[in-house]
Design a protein around this ligand. Sequence first.
Ligand SMILES: C[S@@+](CC[C@H](N)C(=O)[O-])C[C@H]1O[C@@H](n2cnc3c(N)ncnc32)[C@H](O)[C@@H]1O
Length: 230
Amino acid sequence: MDVKIYDKLAKKYDLATKIVSFGIEELWRWMFVKEIEKHIKNGVLIDVASATGEMAIALDFDEMYLIEPSREMNLIAKGKFNGKWKMENGKWILEGSKKIIIIEDTAENFRLEKKADLVTAFMALRNFDDLAKGVENIKNHIKPGGYFAIVEMVKSDSFLAKLILLYMNKIVPLIAGVMLGMKKEYKLLGKSIDSLDEEDILKSLKGFSIVKKQKLIFPIATLIIAKRDD
Ligand SMILES: C[S@@+](CC[C@H](N)C(=O)[O-])C[C@H]1O[C@@H](n2cnc3c(N)ncnc32)[C@H](O)[C@@H]1O
């Protein structure tokens, strides 16, 4: 995905997402967090495609690594955490009560010494340029027995899903055009929504066992919790 679109969107991302999704994305996030908490409540978290940092805020683990290639998104995320930030070896490090590190990189390319108890990818996978490479890199950053938790929009044949896609492809760009002057960009984002099959995601999860898979309300979003095999 062209990160320049997200750079341009960053300052209005949170508000625009709430408006165009009628708050549904927040509901999905809430359901995601509730499901994750059944399996794991704290430890080392890596959130990929972290955008404005909302997943880190929602999960609130003691040690969190945010991986996000858009500089503008990272600047918004930084502003949401209390404490002083310092830049070290290309990473933003928070000097506060929690350990939070922001790394400007992609899912495919980031490198960390740390292994995670949990990696989250909320509305993230369809943005990867190379899904298999991204998931392989993520796997290499998860402890054996650790979790990879995903929410993603996927193709669906249901009537409701088709209606939602129509709304995303035709109406949302119009709203975004008026609200943000970003009609073209939202058209592109809309196109990416039905670019992934659930099967593609499941196939990419080599070396994981699926512990939970469910459609969220509104059937174009799917939630997957996978556990890294030993
Ligand atoms: C829909 S937003 C993610 C939302 C976010 N996870 C949340 O919890 O609100 C998609 C993000 O993916 C990022 N992105 C684009 N290409 C990426 C890649 N190859 N690896 C990781 N993130 C990428 C974009 O910059 C953008 O911030």
